[in-house]
Each structure stands twice: as structure tokens, then as C-alpha cells.
Write a protein that binds this ligand. Structure first.
Ligand code: 1CP
Length: 346
């Protein structure tokens, strides 16, 4: 590996500077991505390894990030469980037949990821080959809870009424659904590692819609199950639960190597709480990239200063990069981290 800063920081080993990448770095803010999407619909892009590899590598070459994340989507996994997925150009992804009853849950299949999701594994193998060890490759999946929200709602949601009704009125069925999703997710992430992913990230985008007790019962418990079943093969696991600052210690206790933190969390406090046994990833407000390079650099310096000296920090945003972010600002962000962080590692 030519640049292994990211992997070393995941393990809290010494680094010369803080590594940096962005959640959703392969995507719509890049004109090169939009050029490919103008000719290819989203799911075809996910299912065509040559194109998926190309857009995965774009931010590494154009922005200079220290890690590559495989281009795919968290919703390809539930689709492989037998729920047809549609992506509407303007309104986003949806499932025509949401999963709400015990019969719906029992109908879900536990797929063999090497067969039903072979296109993801092929994309990982090809991306590794084309990266040629320039930077490490990250595989990912949604958390069981976050996948369950999409399955029950059928699409993105404001109130999450269907999934909340399920957990409060019928917790047994909710647990059956989450257990099935956890087993499927563990097999999927293990296959990604086997195919060449050098780290994996679990996105719990919707853990934060639950009160702390329910977050532990319905989300964290199943992330823990995934990590227990995972065939790590040395690959660090990152757990990112958005809006879950109330449970940092519990997240770190799932057995992950890295805890992803959103912008609402003070990274100095997070390091005090869990930094002695896990690395931290984050946490610049994605909207700060609307501001100019000087303001971005100021934000970067503040977070570096709060984390302080030593390894165990992977710089990232607090959530995905926004689609209308100017590319020049994303470059300025990555450049600022590279230049300002060296002094914290002397
Ligand atoms: O028009 C387009 O090109 C489609 C937009 C898009 C993109 C670029 C979608 C649809 N998915 C993706 C790629 C994607 N999704 C990646 C690529 C790798 C990278 O990070 O660069 C990743 C990691 C995801 C993960 C993902 N998909 C999450 C978790 C992360 C997060 O941002 O919270 C979620 C919640 C999804 C669901 C999804 N897929 C797409 C959309 C628009 C959504 C959100 C739907 C909603 O809640 O309304």
C-alpha cells in the first residue's frame, strides 16, 4: 500500500499527518460523475463493475482523498433479499412493496452475497486492481435498523411512522426482521472483505430517530451482532450512527475499531470518552464546504486542535458531502487537512 495513512489511523498507529476522505465522496458534486450519470441510470451504474470502479476512483484522483469507498448503495442489499428497488430520478429510491407484516418479513430471503450481489464483489475486485494500492478501499453496508426503516416505510421518511409502529406494537416481529437483516449484512460485509475491501463502514443514518433505550435495543444490538458474525480478516470496522451522541460509549463497545461522529458532537469530548480504545472519524459540518477556502481552513484547524496530538483520527465530514458543493471547496478542504495536520503528529 503506497498510502496506508487511513488504515494506520483506524488502528491508532502513528501517522505523519491525519488521513482524510468524505462520506458520499463519489457522487453528484463531481462533474465527472454527472457526466457518467447523464448516460447511465443509477442502478445500472451500481451493477456495472467497470463504471462503479471508475466513479469510485474519481475522488481519489480529482480530490486527493486518502481512501476510496466502493460506489454502491445501502439499498442493494434489501433488494437482494427479494424486495424490488426503484430509483426515481427526482424523488429518490423506493420499494414498491414495503415490509410491514410477519408474512412480509418471513418472505425475505437471506441471499448468498457472492451470487445475488456478485456485481458488488466484482466492482470491489476491479476497483482494487485499478487503484493499484494507491489508497485503501472501504466497503460498506447500512445498519440493520437503517435498512429496516427503508423496508418498512418503502422510501425516505419524515416521521418513520411505519417502522416505529412496528417496534412499539409488535417488537417480536421487529426483532425477527432485524435479526434477518443482521445475518444478511454480516455475510455481505464478509464477502466484501473477501473480495478485497480493506475496511468496512456501517451507516446507521437513522439510529438517531430513536430514544436512547430503543436505539440500543433496535439498532446497536444488531450492529453488535453484525460485528460478531463478521469475518474481519484484519479489516477495521467503522460504525457511523448519525445523531447518536447520547450513546458514544455504547457505540464504541460494539467492538468496532472506529466510531464515526456527526457534526453535533464535540470531538474533544468524544476523544475523552472513547478515544483511548477506538479511533474517531469526522466531523466537519458538510455545509461548511459552501463557505470559501479560508473559512473551511479555519473549521479544519478548529477540529484538529480539539482532537489534539496523536493518532486515531480520520478526518471526514459529519455526514455526506452535499450534491451542490463546489468541487474547488472540496479540494480546499482536503488540502487544508493535509497541510494543517502534520504538526499534530510530530
Ligand atoms: O442521482 C444519483 O446519482 C443518486 C444519488 C445516490 C448516490 C450518489 C444514491 C441514491 N446513492 C448514492 C451512492 C451512495 N449511497 C454511496 C456511494 C459511495 C460514496 O460514499 O461515495 C453510499 C456510501 C451510499 C449510502 C447510502 N444510501 C446511505 C447512507 C449514507 C448517508 O448518506 O446517510 C443512505 C441513507 C442511502 C439511501 C439513498 N440512496 C440514494 C438516496 C438519494 C438515498 C437517500 C434516500 C432518502 O432517505 O430519502
Amino acid at each position: 500500500m503506497i498510502n496506508d495513512l487511513f488504515l494506520r489511523a483506524c488502528k491508532r498507529e502513528p501517522v505523519e499527518r491525519t488521513p482524510v476522505w468524505l462520506m458520499r465522496q463519489a457522487g453528484r458534486y463531481l462533474p465527472e460523475y454527472r457526466a457518467i450519470r447523464a448516460k447511465t441510470d443509477f442502478l445500472t451504474l451500481c451493477r456495472t463493475p467497470e463504471l462503479a470502479a471508475e466513479v469510485s476512483i474519481q475522488p481519489v484522483e480529482i480530490i486527493g482523498t486518502d481512501a476510496c469507498i466502493i460506489f454502491s448503495d445501502i439499498l442493494v442489499l434489501p433488494e437482494a433479499m427479494g424486495v424490488k428497488l426503484f430509483i426515481e430520478e427526482n424523488t429518490g429510491p423506493y420499494f414498491e412493496n414495503p415490509v410491514r407484516t410477519r408474512a412480509d418479513i418471513d418472505k425475505l430471503i437471506v441471499p448468498d452475497p457472492c451470487r445475488e450481489l456478485k456485481y458488488v464483489m466484482d466492482a470491489i475486485r476491479l476497483t482494487r486492481k485499478n487503484l493499484n494500492n494507491r489508497v485503501p478501499l472501504i466497503g460498506f453496508a447500512g445498519s440493520p435498523w437503517t435498512l429496516a426503516t427503508y423496508l418498512a416505510e418503502g422510501k425516505g421518511s419524515r416521521n418513520f411512522s411505519s417502522i416505529k409502529e412496528l417496534i412499539y406494537t409488535n417488537p417480536k416481529d421487529a426483532h425477527a426482521l432485524l435479526d434477518k437483516l443482521a445475518r444478511t449484512t454480516a455475510a455481505f460485509l464478509s464477502a466484501e472483505i473477501e473480495a478485497g475491501a480493506q475496511a468496512v463502514q456501517i451507516f446507521d443514518t437513522w439510529g438517531g430517530i430513536l430514544p436512547p433505550d430503543e436505539f440500543r435495543e433496535f439498532s446497536l444490538r444488531y450492529i453488535e451482532q453484525v460485528l460478531k458474525l463478521l469475518k474481519h480478516n484484519g479489516a477495521p470496522a467503522i460504525v457511523f450512527c448519525k445523531n447518536c451522541g447520547h450513546s458514544l460509549e455504547a457505540i464504541a463497545d460494539t467492538g468496532c475499531s472506529v466510531v464515526g461522529i456527526d457534526s453535533s458532537i464535540d470531538i474533544e469530548k468524544a476523544r475523552m470518552l472513547i478515544g483511548s480504545y477506538t479511533a474517531l472519524q469526522g466531523n466537519l459540518d458538510p455545509a461548511l464546504l459552501y463557505a470559501g477556502p479560508d473559512r473551511i481552513r479555519e473549521g479544519v484547524k478548529r477540529i484538529l486542535g480539539k482532537f489534539g496530538k496523536g493518532s486515531g483520527h480520520i478526518f471526514n465530514l459529519g455526514h455526506g458531502v452535499l450534491p451542490d458543493t463546489p468541487v474547488g471547496h472540496v479540494k480546499a478542504f482536503v488540502q487544508a487537512v493535509k497541510e494543517e495536520s502534520a504538526k499534530y503528529h510530530k
